[in-house]
Design a protein around this ligand. Structure first.
Ligand code: PA5
Length: 462
């Protein structure tokens, strides 16, 4: 069963009232749909943008599965070294598809633990170093550019630890996922005969979860990757429909864009009511922020601000703001109809009679009731909301949703008139870091950064 999108409460005059997308705006989006879709399809056809086709080419999946099968049982830990688009997809898939609390308790399968080292905070790095014995671990180094300082510094550390631990056998503990040609990792992998996997040149980091970036860790973890790609293919086909009204990505993107441009609602809150889906929101944050936060050719600064919330947890944290704060947010609830591993709430004993209404219901029912109730409360407070319903959380539905969001983001690029596939704004910080860390060729950056005080008059000492 496929996902569904209910956008009734995005529409002006819907149950949430006057704040919403007018029928005229939707008709205008519908009229321009063919042109926008054609622009996206042209990028697909001329090979500039490759993520659309990832579900169809099963070759990389077979390579990853073959590697995982060949090495099965050899490693106690899979340690992914990567950041941004080279880490967030794996984190989201791990939360969605591995048994809950897998690393802590689930030894019922022969699958390894998974650690994703997606930061250079010494606490994280040293914690993983102490927890994952290098001699019993596989380090999957993932970097499209093959040069990202965070990932390279982690690699240097774990490589040294590996050499100390297992000597020349370190090569049996490293796999590389990178560009076919560019960067430092590819020649290093070739020179050392390391298992290596390709991130296609026309697939950007934040669109790469369905390449070996997500598939290699997934194969080692035993996720149902065939179903993930099948779901992504289903999602892709729906989101490239020429009929605007039956195209979930086009509707989703057009509504968000109109809410931003015509109602000043430019915070997009993704609100999964599912522990398994919680990290999809982190993945989506990068996808939306890095793709759509841009300056147009005419110098206008555009882009929605993605925001994460988790049901029911954030009802006790953020919903007060959502319901009564500024009307600047559009909400997307992720609702799950059937929760696996559902648990019945026991009958309340004598002395706790007021809690009897809970007894006999399941936690899944409670979570779903909270999802519907919070959705209604926000709608009644005049907030635009939509709901994406997952029949259940599975590799197939997650794959489908990933593609929905990727294509909605590409569509957003067309709507805002920007290139959704570059990230020029990230470059300045990277270059300044190279300067501060003493990289050759970046001496002037070092001088520039060190000569620019960021704290002076405006600082307070506690
Ligand atoms: O989407 C992107 O391109 C970025 O977020 C990258 O994924 C991130 O900067 C990591 O880059 P790399 O994979 O080259 O190490």
């Amino acid at each position: 069963m496929a996902l569904s999108l209910d956008y009734t409460c995005f529409l002006k005059g819907g149950p949430q009232g006057d704040v919403g997308v007018s029928s005229a705006a939707l008709e205008a989006a519908e009229a321009a749909h063919g042109r926008r879709l054609d622009a996206m399809l042209a990028q697909r056809a001329n090979g500039t943008i490759g993520f659309y086709d990832l579900p169809d080419d099963r070759g990389p999946l077979e390579q990853c599965l073959e590697f995982a099968e060949r090495t099965r049982g050899r490693y106690e830990n899979i340690v992914v070294l990567g950041i941004g688009g080279s880490a967030l997809g794996t984190l989201a898939l791990h939360a969605s598809l591995s048994p809950p609390l897998h690393n802590i308790k689930n030894r019922s399968t022969d699958r390894p633990r998974l650690f994703v080292v997606d930061n250079v905070d010494p606490v994280l790095v040293s914690g993983v170093l102490r927890t994952a014995n290098p001699g019993r671990s596989l380090f999957i180094v993932i970097s499209k550019s093959g040069s990202t300082a965070e990932t390279m510094s982690q690699f240097l550390l774990f490589l040294e630890a590996l050499k100390t631990s297992v000597g020349d056998a370190w090569r049996d503990h490293v796999a590389v996922v990178t560009d076919a040609e560019n960067g430092y990792l590819r020649p290093f992998a070739d020179a050392n005969d390391l298992p290596s996997f390709i991130i296609p040149a026309n697939v950007g980091g934040r669109f790469s979860v369905l390449t070996p970036v997500g598939l290699l860790p997934g194969a080692c973890m035993g996720w149902d990757l065939g179903a993930l790609l099948d779901g992504a293919a289903t999602g892709r086909d729906a989101c490239l429909r020429r009929d605007f009204r039956s195209n979930p990505a086009a509707i989703y993107a057009a509504c968000h864009h109109d809410l931003d441009r015509n109602a000043d609602i430019n915070v997009q809150v993704l609100f999964p009511y599912s522990h398994r889906l919680r990290l999809l929101a982190d993945w989506n944050t990068q996808l939306v922020a890095e793709s759509l936060g841009k300056t147009t050719a005419s110098g206008e600064r555009v882009g929605p601000t993605p925001h994460r919330a988790l049901g029911a947890t954030d009802q006790h944290s953020q919903v007060q703001l959502f319901a009564e704060g500024p009307i600047d947010k559009a909400f997307t609830f992720l609702r799950v109809l059937e929760h696996t591993d559902d648990v019945v709430i026991p009958q309340a004993p004598t002395g706790l009679e007021p809690l009897r209404y809970l007894g006999g219901k399941t936690f899944g029912q409670l979570l779903d009731a909270e999802c519907r109730a919070t959705n209604l409360a926000l709608v009644e407070a005049g907030r635009p909301c939509c709901t994406i319903t997952f029949p259940t959380v599975s590799a197939e539905t997650v794959g489908e949703w990933l593609m929905w969001m990727e294509i909605a983001t590409a569509y957003g690029g067309e709507l805002y008139g920007i290139n959704a596939f570059d990230q020029p704004g990230v470059e300045a910080g990277k270059v300044a870091t190279y300067g501060l860390m003493g990289r050759e060729g970046f001496e002037s950056e070092k001088a520039r950064v060190e000569g620019t005080p960021l704290t002076d008059e405006g600082s307070v000492v506690g």
